[in-house]
Design a protein around this ligand. Structure first.
Ligand code: ADP
Ligand code: MG
Length: 369
């Protein structure tokens, strides 16, 4: 029912090509993140799925229905915006009840429709039906806002407003939930709490979710799969672990975590990998690239640092370096280490009581092939 397919989606605004050719394949019940820097086309993609924009070309399928010619309100998508977009003159309950009430009014007889719409458009609408009350209360309980049902939305914190926006989307029981940077306006601590809340609700309800963000940590911690987007195109679509461990391009590598990335040349091939020359250093890698010119990516936590006399037997890729700087990060320590002409970023867990390396220390770096 709730799968989403986007096939060769192109969107042009006059002379701006916002989407060059976007392909997405979101499975039923999946939490799918669309991740990329500002301006890469995330919102445009989502608006095309929601039906607020019409594609220049390409096909959008929700469930087993091509929806290109289906208006937004018939696509069965619930949407949550960064700015919450709540109705300021309605209270929490009324905000969540609004769409259900509109739907009920429109399904009524024409006479009733006019009367009810007038009531609806007045500052406050009258008592909603029993069914609507039950549904709204359930949605509010889901997002832990039941106790604030009578509160005006302007008297809520950002996190609470976002919960109301989520309840408002969920109460319609949509097939697909679309969320455009919903946590960007919240402070870091609250953002972390809301990540867990949203993920938990999504799993309980089992709703297919497309979640747009520019925050890699958010995408990695919440999503079943992630599509990384750049300049109107999807660069890679994979699970968080695949994306981190096997990024397809240096853009993806850099975007989903910190990396040491160097230009290199394959100078030797073996049964179990290759030797790459990077600047003055030779490094063995267990990867088997098919090109001679390569980019070598080494994650900061993939490097170990030792005092010269403490390198364990059997260590490979041993390089000489000098600590230039260290940065205490709480659970980890980051070292910037100079190796020949290169700067290596190294991150190691910090153990209480173990002496730190400091600026100027001569060290050995070892890298797992
Ligand atoms: P993101 O959400 O990833 O930040 P957007 O989808 O908002 O990116 O925008 C993608 C590109 O399309 C940008 O270059 C933006 O300036 C352009 N764009 C978006 N909406 C419009 C519009 N209505 N008219 C013209 N250009 C637009
Ligand atoms: Mg956007």
């Amino acid at each position: 029912m709730g799968s989403v397919k986007v096939n060769q989606l192109i969107k042009k605004y006059k002379d701006v090509t916002a989407l060059k050719s976007v392909n997405l394949d979101i499975k039923e019940g999946e939490f799918f993140a669309l991740l990329g820097p500002s301006g890469c086309g995330k919102t445009t993609t989502m608006r095309c799925v929601a039906g607020f924009e019409s594609p220049t070309s390409g096909e959008i399928t929700i469930g087993d229905r091509v929806v290109n010619n289906v208006p937004a309100n018939k696509r069965n998508c619930g949407m949550v915006f960064q700015s919450y977009a709540l109705f300021p003159h309605y209270n929490v309950f009324e905000n969540v009840a609004y769409s259900l009430t509109v739907r009920e009014v429109y399904s009524g007889s024409p006479g009733r429709r006019v009367k009810s719409l007038a009531r609806l458009m007045s500052k406050r609408f009258g008592a909603p039906s029993k069914e609507i009350q039950t549904k709204v209360n359930a949605a509010l309980d889901y997002v832990e806002m039941g106790h604030l049902a009578d509160r005006g939305v302007n008297e809520l914190s950002g996190g609470q407003q976002q919960r109301v926006a989520l309840a408002r989307a969920l109460v319609m029981e949509p097939a697909v939930l679309l969320m455009d940077e919903p946590l960007s306006n919240l402070d870091k601590k609250l953002r972390n709490t809301m990540r867990t809340t949203i993920r938990k609700i999504q799993q309980d309800v089992g709703i297919t979710t497309l979640f747009v963000t520019h925050d890699q940590e958010e995408a990695m911690s919440m999503a079943d799969r992630i599509a990384v987007m750049k300049d109107g195109e999807i660069v890679q679509q994979a699970t968080p672990t695949e994306l981190y461990g096997h990024p397809k391009t240096s853009f993806v590598a850099d975007f989903v975590g910190s990396s040491n990335i160097y230009q290199g040349d394959v100078v030797d091939k073996h049964a179990d990998g290759v030797t790459v020359k990077v600047g003055g250093q030779t490094i063995k890698s267990s990867y088997k690239p098919d090109k001679k010119e390569v980019q070598a990516l080494i994650r900061p936590e993939g490097i170990e640092l030792y005092k010269s006399d403490q390198v364990p037997a059997g260590a490979q890729n041993i390089l000489d370096g000098t600590v230039e700087m260290f940065t205490y990060l709480g659970p980890n320590i980051r070292y910037d280490v100079k190796v020949g002409e290169f700067e290596f970023m190294v991150e190691q867990p910090y153990y209480q009581g173990v002496p730190l390396l400091t600026e100027g220390d001569k060290v050995k770096l070892t890298i797992e092939p």
